[in-house]
Design a protein around this ligand. Sequence first.
Ligand SMILES: Nc1ncnc2c1ncn2[C@@H]1O[C@H](COP(=O)(O)OP(=O)(O)OP(=O)(O)O)[C@@H](O)[C@H]1O
Ligand SMILES: [Mg+2]
Length: 500
Amino acid sequence: MKAVEMLGIRKIYPDGVVALRGVDFEVEEGEIHGLLGENGAGKTTLMRILYGEIHATDGEIKVFGRRVRFRSPRDAIRHGIAMIYQHFSLVPTMSVLDNLYLSMSAVNPGVSRDDTEERAEKLIAETGLRIPLGKTVEELPVGVQQRVEILKALIRDARILILDEPTSVLTPLEVEELFTSLRRLRDKGITIILITHKLREAKAITDRVTVLRRGSKVGTVKTSEASEQQLARMMVARDVELVIEKPPSRGPGREVLRIEDIWVKGGEGVDALRGVSLVVREGEILGIAGVQGNGQTELCETIAGLRKPYKGRILLDSRDVTWLDTKERYRLGIAYIPESRKIGLIHDMSVLENSILTSIDEYTGRLGIVNWKKAKEKAVEVIKEYGVQPPNPDTPVKFLSGGNQQKLMVGREIARKPRILVVAEPTQGVDVASTEFIRKRLLELRNQGIGILLVSTDLDEIFQLSDRVAVMYEGRIMGEGRVEEFTPEKIGLLMGGVNA
Ligand SMILES: Nc1ncnc2c1ncn2[C@@H]1O[C@H](COP(=O)(O)OP(=O)(O)OP(=O)(O)O)[C@@H](O)[C@H]1O
Ligand SMILES: [Mg+2]
């Protein structure tokens, strides 16, 4: 039985962007189906159409053999479809159970809180999703919140689950747990559609894969019959280097950044950084590994000047910058690419405006008038170099796909030729070809003598790019050394707070 049949789906957005050009997409009941494709290929658009959130310009949809026409997600939910986003739709201050109850009563007003609890417990037992029903949502790690979203879907009798890049916010252990649960759900007959950029994950978990390229379907293949290389080729229509050759560094030069015994308070008065000391030299990449939430964000923000330490010093080229504000630090050569596009970009502004956001002074004349002609040249350069789609500087950033937003932000900061680049998760949500491109650019910068502090939860990235590695755990550096001194296992232990 086919769970989903989408036939001849076309989508032209109101601003004229053709996102899908007649796509046929079929999913069997009870399979895990991967949806792959470069940034902007149309994956999210296709799934939002299936979920009734947006409407196709053309085409036909059948769910379990029946022709459907969804006006909104409510209709889709009624047909057993659920979509789980990276940004969850839970009420943070309420308990898990109350969240489930709230969402249950929205579709079935007669349901009681006790019924909800009973059903939830039964589903937890059946699926192995570990979820504390009594806890408040905001206390839970992201991985658990994601499980709550899945449970919320199941409790409303979802038969088809759509997950859009679900692993990008998870730690390696949480990914394993998610996959175990997804396999169990599949074995119970639930159909799962998984959007991902990670070929290794697609290989590990899916039964079949469909690849989209620029709004058209390239093909659907059985996962067991395609190698990672073949999938990559289908996506970009050329050979991609899955492993980048790291050019020998010219040897670390002078010290650019020195952090001495930094202590910083995080939320709720708890110390987020507890005596961190680090040095980054010219022409080297220092990789910071660690499970998300162990102080990496606070470290980056402290260097960028967005947070103030209550103890310790920060030196840039031997100059104490601890008390300088962000703008002054930027002028002295610090660039920061945050992990969240939400804070790095202003979504209602255009690509053009966003591409000069952090270097506005360079484009502003003595009378405070922005030189838009010059700014446009810069924007066009970034768009060209990083292949930002669509290549129009006047497009509002909110119309760009997730990966294209990331490319824009990375391109903008790298183009500033800083002394030190602080960069967090530069390739999160970025497709294979652009990942390769961004990583190569970072290595080029390093070889031009720029110091790079790279925060990444992706161990492949850490190993491919770093000259030295430091592992963070609960606001401290658990271990540090040259990359050759580490194995993934050793980093894994340090990440978990175990001294290797
Ligand atoms: N709301 C919108 N308005 C106008 N254009 C849009 C909108 N949403 C997406 N697009 C455009 O449609 C195309 C497909 O975008 P979509 O988000 O479906 O890609 P994707 O395959 O999910 O990419 P990514 O891997 O980067 O998430 C892109 O060119 C994008 O810029
Ligand atoms: Mg997407």
